[in-house]
Design a protein around this ligand. Structure first.
Ligand code: SAH
Ligand code: AVI
Length: 317
């Protein structure tokens, strides 16, 4: 049988493999990194401006306040290597406070967001060498040759570290430790535990932007993997899992249905959920244990006095 152009284009991509594996499991799930196609990245930026979504404005205020202190830990001509750089908004606070930075390496899985942000940074900081890397930072990667002679500072804001289980987060930090090298500093933003009502509102906003972000995953599957998910037959749900200290996002099936992806089909029961994201909320000891297991020690940290949110300065152990 001849393959259609779409089937040939889809091939056996990591996206297809991960979605098929996740939907075949007893508890259905899809990795959160697949939220970020161009529309997902746009919706995430919309989320950051919502009144209920406190993390972005809290971290921006904190970084704005402590950036001069952070800058004192950055050696001349250093390269700033950012994990999950998105629109590179918080980056500017570090670049402005630390003009001794000589290079910027934004890493992101979302190619459109990455190239737009890299171009904007290059235009606004003409003396900075900007070398973007489009890719998945949970997979092997190497720094560009031109960066390797420079002192390195990692930057991982947004509490994106919270989108990984503690084991995954330690493994990711260990991978970052190997990439950034001996002597590297690593600035990591981590959202801290806070009242459940604040958390639930942040992940289930009144305007429904987070719901659209969650459902966009199905839109992406339909478009890129030849799926037929009925968007009206799934609802967004955010729940607090106290035992694991995390907000979970799910897509809940409103009725019994069968969804198709290419030639594969999946039965989904009424009320069954597809688990799409974890967002861990840390205590300082919880974060310290994860960082130490990843090969880092905490040199210093700064905590917001508005909503609890921490920026940790880690040093390669
Ligand atoms: N750092 C920004 C954006 C956070 S949103 C901020 O603090 O506001 C999370 C970002 O990480 C998105 O841009 C997404 O595309 C990227 N991302 C998520 N998982 C990734 C992965 N596995 N590899 C590379 N980038 C990833
Ligand atoms: C990118 N990440 C840290 C966000 C978070 O808060 O977990 C993604 C997000 N999910 C729902 N709203 C925002």
């Amino acid at each position: 049988m001849r393959m259609t152009n779409l089937a040939a284009a889809i091939g056996d991509s990591p996206f297809r493999r991960d979605v098929i594996a996740g939907l075949s499991a007893t508890k259905k799930s899809i990795p959160a990194k697949y939220f970020y196609d161009a529309e997902g990245s746009r919706l995430f930026e919309e989320i950051t401006a919502l009144p209920e979504y406190y993390p972005t404005r809290t971290e921006i205020a904190l970084l704005g306040k402590v950036a001069p202190e952070i800058a004192r830990h950055i050696r001349p001509a250093s390269a700033l290597v950012e994990f999950g750089s998105g629109a590179s908004v918080k980056t500017r606070l570090v670049l402005d406070a630390a003009p001794q930075l000589g290079a910027y390496v934004p890493i992101d899985i979302s190619e459109t967001a990455l190239s737009q942000a890299a171009q904007a940074i290059a235009a606004d900081y003409p003396d900075l060498r900007v070398s973007p890397i489009a890719g998945d930072f949970t997979k092997p990667m190497a720094l560009p040759e031109a960066i390797r002679a420079r002192p390195v500072v990692g930057f991982f804001p947004g509490s994106t570290i919270g989108n990984f289980t503690p084991d995954e987060a330690s493994a990711l930090l260990a991978r970052a430790r190997a990439l950034l090298g001996d002597g590297a500093a690593f600035l990591v933003g981590a959202d801290l535990v806070k009242p459940v009502e604040t958390l639930l509102a942040a992940y289930d906003d009144a305007q429904g932007v987070t719901a659209a972000f969650n459902k966009n995953l199905l839109v992406r599957i339909n478009r890129e993997l030849d799926g037929d998910f009925d968007l009206d037959a799934f609802d967004h749900r955010a729940v607090w899992n106290a035992e694991d200290s995390r907000i979970e996002m799910h897509l809940v099936s409103a009725r019994a249905q069968t969804a198709r992806i290419g030639s594969e089909s999946f039965d989904v029961a009424a009320g069954e959920t597809i688990h799409t994201e974890n967002s861990y909320k840390f205590t300082q000891p919880m974060f310290a244990a994860i960082a130490e297991r990843g090969g880092w020690r905490i040199e210093t940290d700064w905590v917001s006095d508005a909503q609890p949110f921490a920026t940790f300065l880690l040093r390669a152990a």
